[in-house]
Design a protein around this ligand. Structure first.
Ligand SMILES: Cc1cc2nc3c(=O)[nH]c(=O)nc-3n(C[C@H](O)[C@H](O)[C@H](O)COP(=O)(O)OP(=O)(O)OC[C@H]3O[C@@H](n4cnc5c(N)ncnc54)[C@H](O)[C@@H]3O)c2cc1C
Length: 404
């Protein structure tokens, strides 16, 4: 007789329902018999119910626990979702290929890119030059632009068929929207917004590090009971892979069933954000303002300096919450992570949630009239004084020096 991988010991179960609450998969019910019943078609053997039960009434067969990793041996390779927009690969993809290469090498697996779009040939070639060993391509006119439903359905189908071990995706608006749907559909483990990835040498699990509790601690998360392991990764935290014209790789065209392309939404047109010249995520120089700028009109002073330097304007959440500047400019834990060559923080105190988004900038210049402001602890150069007077002085000095 085959042994059940997990079972409820009827004599010990009191029907308290702690296991029902603990089960993330809705696999346990307590019926009229007042004994828990586990639906093995939904159970993933994660063990949460075993830990939750105060009466030792649920047992997982040791053989089943040991057999679990074997079931994962079908899951191979590290996948990177290649985000493209208007026919251009987004740079976060190259950052993921750079990091994915290290993960794939430690696991002795292949690094693969997954590309959805239309007329994708030049893009798949570039993904190979940037480090992909294989590129899975779904090339259909319907996939030219990102749309949640068809993109999620096509990627889910590919994940089910090819069983990747790890799937990485940028923590961008598209990435966050897409991968959460795919993770739910494939019952995968997903960690959002990672800033560090590594492989546990003993178990081969993906170690997914991200800030937690308001950025006060870094948490390393594992998803040992599920495959694939999925993570979204913050833009600008990892280094881009270099393009190497000599690299070769395989392009694997995927058949896409019509049913997967169904969508209830339609893209009418793309409207670029008004007023935004350079995106802070891509900028090499960012001039950022906080509550110390005092009113929305004073952001024009920052825009002028940014214009002279060819940079972008960023902001603290305090400035965004005051409606002085749109959210797309917010830097920090709940805004964008940026990594420019120069970050000029004007009237920003330097709270931990702001630092979480900019502290890896190469050079940080802080202007604040409070000499004890925490921003000075991370600043390369500090200027104590009134930003409203100092920024125009900098603008005119740079204008002269740069001959503008
Ligand atoms: C869950 C959570 C998520 C958050 N996410 C973010 C985030 O993504 N990004 C973010 O920025 N914040 C975030 N915050 C908010 C964060 O905690 C701070 O409240 C915010 O960063 C403060 O913004 P600030 O530095 O502009 O304002 P303040 O802290 O009020 O600082 C203003 C500074 O300006 C200086 N100043 C005043 N006048 C002048 C002047 N004329 N010249 C020079 N200096 C002057 C003052 O000395 C002061 O240091 C988050 C908070 C929470 C709880």
């Amino acid at each position: 007789m085959t042994q059940e991988p997990i079972k409820v010991i009827d004599d010990k179960c009191v029907g308290c329902r702690l296991c029902v609450k603990a089960c993330p998969f809705g696999a346990i019910t307590v019926g009229e018999s007042r004994v828990a019943v586990i639906d093995l078609t939904k159970c993933t053997l994660c063990g949460a119910c075993v830990e939750a039960c105060k009466f030792d009434a649920i047992e997982m067969a040791p053989k089943a626990a040991a057999a679990l990793p074997d079931a994962f041996s079908d899951y191979k390779d590290v996948w990177v979702f290649a985000e493209q927009s208007e026919g251009r690969i987004q740079s976060v993809t190259y950052e993921l290929l750079g990091e994915g290469r290290k993960l794939a090498d430690s696991l002795k697996m292949k690094l693969c890119a997954v590309l959805l779009g239309s007329n994708t040939k030049p893009l798949s070639d570039e993904l190979i030059r940037r480090g992909a060993d294989k590129v899975y391509v779904a090339d259909r006119p319907e996939l030219e632009y990102f749309q949640d439903e068809p993109y999620a359905a096509v990627l889910t189908d590919m994940v089910r068929r090819h069983k990747p071990n790890i799937v990485l995706c940028g923590a961008t608006t598209i990435g966050r929207s897409l991968i959460s749907r795919v993770a739910v559909a494939t019952n995968a483990g997903l960690t959002a917004d990672c800033t560090g990835l590594a492989i546990d040498p003993e178990t081969g699990n993906l170690l997914q590090t991200r800030p937690a509790f308001g950025g006060n601690i870094m948490a390393t998360i594992i998803t040992p009971n599920n495959r694939p392991q999925m993570a979204t990764v913050r833009h600008k935290v990892m280094k881009e892979s270099e393009s190497d014209a000599a690299r070769t790789g395989e392009v694997l065209a995927q058949t896409v069933a019509e049913a997967l392309l169904k969508t209830r939404t339609r893209r009418l047109k793309m409207v670029p954000e008004q007023g935004a010249t350079v995106s802070i995520a891509e900028a090499n120089i960012i001039v950022s303002g906080g509550r110390g700028m005092q009113k929305p009109e004073n952001f024009a002073v920052l825009a002028e300096l940014a214009g002279v330097l060819g940079g972008a304007v960023g902001a603290s959440r305090a400035a965004v919450d005051s409606d002085w500047i749109p959210y797309s400019h917010q830097v920090g834990q709940t805004g964008k992570t940026v990594c420019p060559k120069i970050y000029i923080a004007c009237g920003i105190s330097g709270q931990i949630q702001h630092l979480a988004g900019m502290s890896s900038s190469d050079v940080i210049v802080a202007i604040n009239r409070d000499a004890d402001a925490p921003i000075f602890k991370v600043a390369t150069y500090g200027i104590v004084g009134d930003a409203l007077k100092i920024v125009p002085m900098l603008t005119s000095a740079f204008r002269k020096a740069l001959g503008k």
